[in-house]
Design a protein around this ligand. Structure first.
Ligand SMILES: *[C@@H]1O[C@H](CO)[C@@H](O)[C@H](O)[C@H]1NC(C)=O
Ligand SMILES: *[C@@H]1O[C@H](CO)[C@@H](O)[C@H](O)[C@H]1NC(C)=O
Ligand SMILES: *[C@@H]1O[C@H](CO)[C@@H](O)[C@H](O)[C@H]1NC(C)=O
Ligand SMILES: *[C@@H]1O[C@H](CO)[C@@H](O)[C@H](O)[C@H]1NC(C)=O
Length: 512
């Protein structure tokens, strides 16, 4: 190519153009430093699989160049990650590995361990060079999440996970319950909420690390979520003996209008109630079923975006059902300002007679499609929209109308830093979308902050931790003695896998 250009007697216009192009590419290459695998940043709980046992382990890789500057686009060659190991019988350990490309220079590696491994090796290679400290060799037993191998007490496990800080919302919630005497509270709660048609509530007892419950209500299928998380925690640590109530419904129960404050665990909190919030069943399930039954989780949502902020369409994208009048108002707004929106209702149930005006309803789209667009809206349905964590995780800019409802992580979100606040009635939504369109760089920063918050607070490990703290704080305030009640059912571990729980903490066991 060079030869042809420089040896030509007469440079044709096309050649001059080519020459210029090569020159530009050369200059560009000098300035864009190439990736330097040794300097890549690698972090996350998946690098400590011996301590942090989860259904899917995960870690992050940030690509950087030789000046240690973050690379903000996908690498040009594939990142090669191989995670293998051996069982005690020296057979290869069964591990499934999955690499997610966030398209912004960050990669998420997650892997699922299907059997007990006596060691594992994580090797990360880019263009034949080892990345950072790769290979990472963990020469200790690695348990799959379904092993029943608790070794430490709950509060000791919190130490091992290096997360002793109690989340702000838990502190706030327990502030109003400095002591809980269930012998006094229990009969009152059962009397108040044993309303099978409208309330679904489960009474749980944890005793000697076994789980028991009795549910009240007609629709109690959602106890599968509370059961699963409690069983999972009991496999990881010796839980204190505890008593508590879990509200399976969406609406918080412990109304401020009632004569007593009831410490009931609920998926959703509100300004009008005293319930103690826990992560929603949606987020809980996606943490438990990461690389399992669910497609959408806090990691997959980041790895399935089509492109970076710059390439996303500057419109507000939304889909959902008609479970709130304001959602109809949103459709109304979009009809006036079609250039700013791609929104539609997917189902008419509550406002069936208004389908002509606010329809047509649209087909289901994959949640990952949402992030082809720059702007997202977390608008309440019956209660808080449980998709908020996933909206933050996708790296688009989240608009959030003021609401009386909140989830367990809202307390740490700062308006205009992590998301854009809007009026409940959406009266300033147009103005705020226009602002984002005119202030793209700032909008991108808020979107990134939101995603960072999600990665710091809402990943599976954080969800496990939240429940761990919740139970630990509860154990501190309970004054009544834990005993079993007639009619309680024991929730058994599945025991579908045989593990050799090598314990070097026999003293803990003896103590129990
Ligand atoms: C590269 O930057 C990261 C923070 O962005 C820092 O933690 C790390 O120490 C830096 N590495 C070197 C070799 O300077
Ligand atoms: C990546 O970073 C460079 C240098 O900071 C910047 O000029 C460029 O716009 C960024 N690209 C994207 C897609 O963010
Ligand atoms: C709205 O978004 C969907 C999904 O991305 C797309 O198929 C459709 O063409 C969009 N509609 C308009 C009017 O842009
Ligand atoms: C929307 O809510 C704001 C703030 O509460 C209020 O000032 C405004 O009058 C409302 N607008 C409409 C059209 O209801």
């Amino acid at each position: 190519m060079y030869y042809r250009i420089f040896s030509a007697k007469k440079m044709r216009f096309q050649d001059i153009l080519n020459y210029k192009l090569i020159y530009i590419l050369l200059i560009a290459n000098i300035h864009a430093l190439s990736p330097d695998p040794k300097l890549f940043n690698v972090w996350g709980p998946g690098l400590h699989p011996q301590d942090v046992i989860m259904p899917a382990r995960y870690f992050f890789i940030q690509a950087v160049d030789s000046n240690n500057n973050s690379i903000n686009h996908s690498l040009s060659s594939p990142l090669q990650v191989v995670i293998d190991g051996a069982t005690a019988k020296k057979t290869p350990c069964r591990i499934w590995t999955n690499i997610l490309d966030r398209k912004d220079g960050v990669y998420i590696v997650r892997y699922k361990v299907y059997e007990q491994c006596s060691y594992i090796k994580i090797s990360i290679v880019y263009e034949n060079e080892q990345v950072a400290q790769s290979p990472y060799i963990i020469n200790q037993p690695i348990y799959p999440d379904n092993c029943y191998c608790p070794k430490l007490k709950l509060k000791e496990l919190l130490k091992v996970w290096n997360s002793e800080k109690v989340p702000a919302q838990i502190k706030k919630d327990f502030n109003q319950f400095q002591t809980i005497d269930w012998d006094e509270m229990r009969p009152k709660i059962i009397k108040e909420f044993d309303k099978p048609q409208s309330v679904s509530l489960c009474h749980y007892i944890i005793k000697d690390n076994q789980i028991y419950r009795k549910c009240y209500g007609k629709y109690v299928g959602f106890n599968m979520f509370s059961d699963s998380i409690l069983l999972s925690l009991a496999r990881k640590a010796f839980l204190p003996d505890l008593e508590f109530f879990v509200n399976l419904g969406d609406w918080p129960l412990s109304s401020k209008n009632l004569p007593d404050k009831f410490p009931i665990f609920s998926w959703c909190g509100s300004k009008d109630t005293n319930d103690i919030v826990m992560p929603t069943y949606e987020l809980t399930e996606s943490s438990l079923e990461n690389m399992g039954r669910v497609m959408l989780d806090m990691l997959s949502v980041q790895g399935n975006v089509k492109d970076v902020w710059e390439k996303r369409e500057p419109k507000l994208f939304w889909r959902g059902r008609d479970s709130n009048r304001y959602r109809l108002d949103l459709i109304g707004l979009s009809k006036k300002y079609p250039e700013l929106f791609n929104v539609s209702l997917t189902n008419f149930f509550f406002f069936k007679d208004e389908e002509d005006e606010y329809g047509p309803k649209s087909d289901h789209v994959s949640f990952f499609t949402f992030f082809d667009y720059k702007y997202q809206l977390s608008i309440d349905g019956t209660v808080a929209a449980y998709r908020m964590p996933f909206l933050l995780g996708g790296g688009s800019l989240v608009y959030k109308p003021h609401s009386r409802y909140y989830e367990h992580f809202y307390a740490g979100l700062i308006p205009s830093v992590h998301y854009i606040p809007v009026e409940t009635n959406l009266s300033n939504l147009i103005e705020k979308i226009e602002w984002a369109k005119n202030n793209d760089a700032q909008s991108k920063i808020i979107a990134e902050n939101g995603q960072k918050y999600a990665n710091d607070q809402l990943l599976p490990q954080n969800v496990f931790l939240y429940y761990m703290h919740l139970l630990n704080e509860l154990s501190k305030v309970m004054t009544s003695k834990v005993r079993l009640f007639n009619g309680m059912e024991q929730i058994h571990q599945k025991n579908d896998i045989i593990c050799d729980c090598l314990t070097n903490d026999n003293d803990v066991k003896d103590e129990l």
